[in-house]
Design a protein around this ligand. Sequence first.
Ligand code: ATP
Ligand code: MG
Length: 275
Amino acid sequence: MTNLAVVNTKGGVGKTTIGSMILPLLFAEERRKGKSIRVYEIDDNNKSIFAENSVIDFQTIKVKEAEDILDMVQMDIDMAENVINIIDCGGGNDTVAVLNYIKEIKLQGLAYVIPTNDDIEQLNNIKQTINLIRSIDKNAKIVLVLNRVAVSENQKITDDILKRQFIGLYGDDSLGIDRGLDEFKKELAGIAAIPNTPIFGILKNLKKTTAADRYLEEYRTVDNITEVRKGWISDGKEEYLKRMKEYRISKKVVDLYDNLEDFRNLLKGLTNETK
Ligand SMILES: Nc1ncnc2c1ncn2[C@@H]1O[C@H](COP(=O)(O)OP(=O)(O)OP(=O)(O)O)[C@@H](O)[C@H]1O
Ligand SMILES: [Mg+2]
């Protein structure tokens, strides 16, 4: 059983990208074994563009309708339903409103994912969000996700890269900046990192699909491209070139899946403990 809420009082930090693209991708193996993945985007400003996909049961709802959804998640938790529920909260007031409702109904058993970008300003949002979570659940597992890490394609994210980019968290002696992370590190079950990559925008806006869909449809092709490519030749040059372009997009998704192994293991650890 896995129940996650993606929260941050700051808008535009990647909550929906992580809730609808990354987390379902990281659970692709579970999905392949038949587990359902449900994503609820609770947001007064946005509307779902993922309604038409096969891998994730995706809904966008207004904050005022969130109560029913959260009651259902509570029911799944109480009944130990074998599903993956991902609650993606909108920024600012939406995250605060959802967390307040979670507090009101004493919803326990959620793990929390807080995405952040590298602005020093966002330290305050992280602290505020952690405090809100702690007022609900003293023991909830919280994972901080450092989003939009500046790496070139297929470059591995190292501690050094993170330290240089997220100076508000890791500090910078030469600039006299303190390590903000020390103030709340003990509250975290772990820290994960996501590269800055155009793949999410490509999948969402151009292909109208999610990373999990693409991964599950295409990982076999990517693994066997040398063989598969030979089969494409008989379809003519135009079709061959078109398929190669699609293959390159799929390859990026598979590489991303492989590169996010640490995050995958972190999630496995969380969910094993909350089973
Ligand atoms: N790792 C990433 N690489 C590249 N672009 C990203 C990444 N994460 C997020 N983005 C982009 O940043 C923008 C904001 O992301 P997103 O919508 O996920 O944020 P949000 O926290 O859900 O925002 P809101 O608070 O409005 O709900 C989007 O255009 C998204 O494509
Ligand atoms: Mg969002």
